[in-house]
Every structure is written in structure tokens, then in C-alpha cells.
Write a protein that binds this ligand. Structure first.
Ligand code: SF4
Length: 481
């Protein structure tokens, strides 16, 4: 599967694994989630035997263990391992029913992707060629329409979709790709492959630290909001850095604003638009930010898989232009459903009149609308808060204020260092929403009270910085209007 994305990646993986990028905590959390969902899905087929060897990387032992389990008449095998012609496949669940074999591969996703089908096709090829005739092969995915009602209903949570037809029609393709991959690992020279769109599709390659080290800073790849194809066309036509892009080009208008700002080395400021935006705001001002987590398996009543569950907010408050800044915050108890306590505290802290500023409205509005469905008794109060929200991203999205360091991105993580360079997330242990999400989820498993307290402090510090950053960004806008 790796070789399908890029044969150089396969070669490096086989012979120079030490060149691989370190796994980030975000990626590790995704892997862990996959493992947890996989273990839960095993309960769909109970009383199975796990073929995982004592030492996880000992694939030969795993294949041998699987063979012995099959021979001894075991009818449900988890992590069943097969090998044929040097190709290894480890299947999540193998089931024997009425003397016929069925294969199940579990994915923590809610959709079936072409990559999953190719993966299942390869498994079908290995398993059937190694002597187990499969009557069917299916993907087990998460059903995003499932709503928890009491204990988790596994049959409702998971959807099982047969991909036998696709796997059968892919068998020649699988054979061709195996031949190609074999040629790569049996050739001493590293494949001569340049960086390209394959580095990002279907996954971000984990050898980018190796292959991309020659890409200069301020390269065209730092431009966001533009298709990778266009970026590679520029790069391959010799425009390595943004300032080398010619003034006359066919790129998007906003990308050209970015290019011009880089060339001029200064911010573009439209004072009239900024004043217009500021006039819409009414004191007292609230600067609000939420943190959420998204459990694959719903933890609470009436929630769906991957639903955003709010667990934390930060709120900076400015009564009038000259008053002192105040701060309010909420961080839920990690052991119970945080939604109602979150909502009640938020409604109380935002009770008075005034504009509620958020940065990128989508998350906050969606969370509030979700809470409205979950707690209809608070609907009118929630609606009144939603009606007071104004998005602070607007002047940046509309290019009323544009700084070259924003790199065509309006994420607060790009806007803040451009406008307020002295304020940074880099010294924080928790420095992004996704890390905050993982940290909160992990709190449930933390048995060391001091470590738990430390994590809670870090979460509070992070969320507080998010809204303080909004205050500072707002002050910059006020200063130029
Ligand atoms: S970074 Fe790109 S070129 Fe390098 S191995 Fe990965 S996919 Fe291939």
C-alpha cells in the first residue's frame, strides 16, 4: 500500500527506516483511536482467539499461530496473519460460519475510501492464495447516524459493507502492484522520484523530512488555499520561492495579494473596511473560544460518533473601551458528560448585552446549535447568544488587513504571529486544538493526580491564550482604524 503511494517511500521504509519522520502526538492519537475501535469491533464476533504474537513485530510467529488456530478448529480469529509470496496481510477478524470463511477489516472512519478497498483487495489476494477460500470480505466502519441510547449497541454503531465484488475485480491490479513493489525492493538503487502530489495523497508521507529538506524557506508550498497541482506547476517551472512568481500570472486574486505583500515586505491595510467592521461591535465585548473532543464511540446519551463535545471555554470580557480586561473560563470534569455544565456556565458568563467575538465562527456556532438540540429547554437563550456573535476572522478573510507572514491563511495560528509577534503558542505544552482534544481524552485514563492537575493547568493556559490572542488582534485593528 505504501508502494502504491510512492515507490521511493517503500524503498526508504524497507532499507532506511531511520530516515522516517517522528510520529506526532496527533498521528499517534489517530492510530490509538483505530486500535481502540478495532478492539471494540471484535465484540461483534465474540469468543475469538487473538493471533498477535508475543513480540508484535514477529510476523512469522503470527502467521504460524494463525495457521495452528485454523487447524485446531478455532472459528473466530482476531489479528489473523497470512503470508503468500513474501506479502504479509494481517486481518482484523476472520470468522468461520457454516464451514465457510468470512474476512472483516475494521476502519475507524465513517466512509469507505478507495484506499480501504485496495487494502481489502490486497488482503483478499494474500488470504485466498495462502489457502483460505473467502466467501466474503467486508469493511467494518462507524455508522455516523448511530445515536447512543443506553449502552453502546455494537450492531448500530458499526456498519458492515461487503467489498467482495471490488476485491475480485482488483485482483489483477493487486498482482501488478505486487510485481512493481517487488521490483523496487529487489533493486539496490533508490528510486529517482522527485517531490510531488503523491507526498500528500492518500496520506501525508512520513519521509517528508528526508525528501523535502532541499525546499527553501518562503517556498511556493507555503501558500495555502491553492491546489497542490498549481503549486507543483510553479515549483517545477522554476519558481521555487514566492518572490520569484511573476507579477502577471493566472493565480487566484487573493494569492496575488499574498505574493504582492511578500514582495513589498509590508502589510496591506484597508482602514475604511476595518472601521466598518469595528462599528458593528457593541460593548461590552466578549472574546470567546471553545475546545471540543470527538469520541469515535459515543460516550454520552443522545450523542453520535465523532460529535463535537464541548469541554472547555475561555472568555475575555471588556466592559468598555477603557475598562480592565476580565477573564472567565470553564474546564469540565473529565469523568462525566460535560455538555450541560458547560452550557449553564457559558450562558451565565455571557448573560449581559454586547457582541460576542469568536475567531472562525463555524465551530462555536455548530457547538451551540448542537447543544440546542441536546437541551431544547435552553434554545431561546442559546439563540440569543448566537445572534450576538461576530467573527473576528472577517477583516482578515476579506483582506482588509493582510500581512505577508499570514501566508494566505487566516487561522489564528498564522494571524497572531504576524500581528502580535511577541505573543506565541510555541512555549506552551498544549499548543493546538487537536493536542488539547487528545490531552482531555487522555485525562480519563490518567491515574496520577498530579499529572492530571498539570494537564488541566496546561489546557486552561492554552484556551486562555486563544482568547487573549483575539483581544490583541482586536487591539491591532482598533489601532489602525
Ligand atoms: S516524501 Fe514524497 S517523494 Fe519522498 S518518499 Fe514520500 S512520497 Fe515519495
Amino acid at each position: 500500500m505504501r508502494g502504491l503511494q510512492c515507490s521511493k517511500s517503500l524503498y526508504l521504509y524497507k532499507f532506511f527506516i531511520q530516515k522516517r519522520d517522528a510520529v506526532s502526538s496527533e498521528q499517534q492519537a489517530i492510530f490509538n483511536r483505530g486500535n481502540n475501535v478495532g478492539v471494540l469491533a471484535q465484540k461483534l464476533f465474540p469468543n475469538g482467539v487473538d493471533a498477535t504474537p508475543a513480540k508484535r513485530s514477529n510476523n512469522i510467529e503470527a502467521v504460524e499461530k494463525t495457521r495452528k488456530l485454523i487447524e485446531s478448529g478455532v472459528e473466530v480469529i482476531y489479528e489473523a496473519a497470512f503470508q503468500f509470496n513474501q506479502v504479509l496481510a494481517i486481518l482484523d477478524i476472520l470468522v468461520k460460519k457454516d464451514n465457510e470463511w468470512y474476512a472483516y477489516e475494521v476502519k475507524s472512519s465513517t466512509k469507505i475510501s478507495p484506499t480501504y478497498i485496495l487494502d481489502a483487495s490486497l488482503q483478499y489476494w494474500v488470504i485466498t492464495n495462502s489457502g483460505i477460500p473467502l466467501t466474503d470480505i467486508s469493511l467494518v466502519i462507524i455508522n455516523n447516524q448511530y445515536v447512543r441510547n443506553g449502552d453502546v449497541d455494537l450492531k448500530g454503531l458499526f456498519s458492515i459493507k461487503s467489498v467482495l465484488k471490488e476485491a475480485l475485480s482488483n485482483q489483477d491490479l493487486v498482482q501488478d502492484n505486487i510485481n512493481r513493489s517487488m521490483a523496487v525492493v529487489n533493486t539496490p538503487a533508490e528510486p529517482d522520484i522527485k517531490i510531488g502530489e503523491q507526498c500528500f495523497s492518500p496520506y501525508n508521507c512520513d519521509f517528508m523530512g528526508n525528501c523535502w529538506k532541499g525546499v527553501p524557506s518562503n517556498s511556493v508550498f507555503e501558500i495555502t488555499g491553492i491546489k497542490k497541482t498549481e503549486l507543483f506547476t510553479l515549483y517545477n517551472n522554476g519558481y521555487k520561492t514566492i518572490d520569484q512568481i511573476p507579477a502577471v500570472n493566472e493565480l487566484d486574486k487573493n494569492v496575488n495579494i499574498h505574493i504582492q505583500a511578500i514582495k513589498d515586505k509590508k502589510a496591506l491595510v484597508d482602514k475604511v473596511s476595518i472601521s466598518g467592521f469595528l462599528q458593528k461591535l457593541k460593548y461590552p465585548l466578549f472574546f470567546m473560544d471553545f475546545e471540543t473532543f470527538m469520541p469515535a464511540v459515543p460516550l454520552f446519551e443522545k450523542t453520535k460518533p465523532y460529535q463535537h463535545i464541548p469541554f472547555q471555554y475561555s472568555l475575555h470580557y471588556k466592559k468598555d473601551q477603557h475598562s480592565k480586561l476580565e477573564h472567565f473560563e470553564f474546564l469540565a470534569d473529565e469523568h462525566s458528560d460535560p455538555r450541560k455544565a458547560f452550557l449553564e456556565s457559558l450562558l451565565k458568563d455571557t448573560e449581559s448585552e454586547g457582541t460576542i467575538l469568536v475567531y472562525d465562527i463555524l465551530m462555536e456556532r455548530n457547538v451551540l446549535n448542537g447543544l440546542k438540540k441536546d437541551f431544547p429547554e435552553f434554545a431561546s437563550e442559546i439563540d440569543s447568544r448566537i445572534s450576538r456573535i461576530v467573527d473576528l476572522v472577517q477583516p482578515f478573510q476579506e483582506r482588509a488587513y493582510y500581512h505577508p507572514d499570514m501566508k494566505n491563511s487566516f487561522s489564528i495560528k498564522n494571524v497572531l504571529p504576524a500581528l502580535v509577534p511577541e505573543l506565541s503558542y510555541s512555549n506552551l505544552k498544549i499548543g493546538s486544538g487537536s493536542v488539547a482534544m487528545i490531552a482531555f481524552e487522555n485525562l480519563k485514563k490518567e491515574s496520577d493526580m498530579f499529572r492530571a492537575l498539570e494537564t488541566r493547568e496546561q489546557l486552561l493556559e492554552y484556551c486562555k491564550l486563544d482568547t487573549f490572542a483575539m483581544v490583541k488582534i482586536f487591539e491591532v485593528l482598533e489601532g489602525v482604524s
